[in-house]
Structures are given as structure tokens and as C-alpha cells.
Write a new protein. Sequence first.
Length: 173
Amino acid sequence: MEDLKKQDVEIGLYNIIDADVVFEEGVKVGNFNHIRKGSIFRKGTVIGDYNDLGENLDVGENVIIQGRVRTGKGCVFEDNVIIKIGTILTSNVILKNNSFLGPNTITLGSTAYRVTKHGTVIGENTYIGAGTKIAADIHIADNIIIGANSFVNKEVTSSGVYAGTPIKFIKNV
């Protein structure tokens, strides 16, 4: 813990931090988190309270992980990503630069036929509204807005605003 103070890292109370976790300068970790092995958190990242973060996360600079967020292993969060409270991400999710996940967003990890699929990708400058569910292994392009409580059941390849269950194109950005 002494080494972390030298690096200007703040660690709250009652955290479980597994082996081989790296915190760069200016990282702040709240209370009651479980951070699993092999993860890296780059400069300026803020981790709230009660998070359960999977193995081998690769977290960029200035990322905000609010609270009660759960992730599978191998997720990648590029720079300036915001993940709001209650979000659940399956394994190998990639959140590109400046993406935003509203509260209680969920990426699904299997199909209706119980086939496991991982690897959802959320593009740059993309906003996902609160309560949105994203089907397994979906790719969402850059510059997309998804309305709250939507269900993303297909690839979204053109920038614009989408909403609904299932999602439909609403208008250009």
C-alpha cells in the first residue's frame, strides 16, 4: 500500500484486490470493490463502490466506473469511457473512446439457443441509454445514440439515433 501512496493512488476501504493488478498515477478506488487479477487501470481512472471487476481488464485513461458494475474477464475500456451504476458486461466487451453506458445497461453473453458468444463492441462517441440490453456479440459503430430501455438485437453500422425494442432507426445525428 505504501507504493500506491507514492503513485498518487487512492484506495478506499474493504476492497479485495487480486495479484498483478496495476494502478497508474491518479487512480481512485472507492469502497467494497473486488478487482480481479491481471487488470490495469490507467491514469485518472475513478472506480466507485461495490464493483465486481473481472480478470484481465484493460482500462484506459480517465475512465469512470460508477458503482455496482460487474464485468466478465478480458474487457477493454479505451480512454474517457463512462460506465454508470448497475451496468453488467459479459467477457471481452470493448468500449471505444468516449463511449457512455447509462445506468443498468446489460450486454448479454448467450443466445436464446444457449450458445455462448462474447465480444460486444461499442464504438467511439457512442451513447447507450439507461436500461438498454445488447444481444450477444453485437457491434455498434461510432457516433451512435441508443435510446433508454432499448433492445439492440442487430449490428448498428450507420451513425444516428436508434431506439425501441427491438431498436429501429429514428434519425440522423
